[in-house]
Design a protein around this ligand. Structure first.
Ligand SMILES: [Zn+2]
Length: 84
């Protein structure tokens, strides 16, 4: 299983490669069409907000991170638009 640290590092790298304006290192456009990825490869536009446990996946209750808008369920893949 991917750890949340691994997932955060992967998404951080994808965000850096994407370029463009960012907020706290995350591309602005990711916030405009927010999708959330968990460590078990679920991607959703919604997540469970827990004051004790942080942001959690609705499908498996594992931690989620903001991901790029084109992301889909399954192993993470960089979108074609990231390869310039
Ligand atoms: Zn999940």
């Amino acid at each position: 299983m991917t750890t949340i640290e691994d997932l955060a590092a992967t998404l951080s790298l994808i965000g850096k490669l994407e370029g463009g304006p960012t907020f706290m290192g995350i591309p602005d456009r990711w916030f405009d069409d927010a999708h959330w990825r968990c460590v078990n490869d679920h991607v959703s536009v919604r997540f469970l907000k827990s004051t004790e446990l942080g942001d959690l996946c609705l499908a498996c209750q594992e931690a989620v991170k903001l991901t790029f808008p084109e992301d889909v369920d399954g192993p993470i893949r960089r979108g074609r638009r990231l390869i310039r």
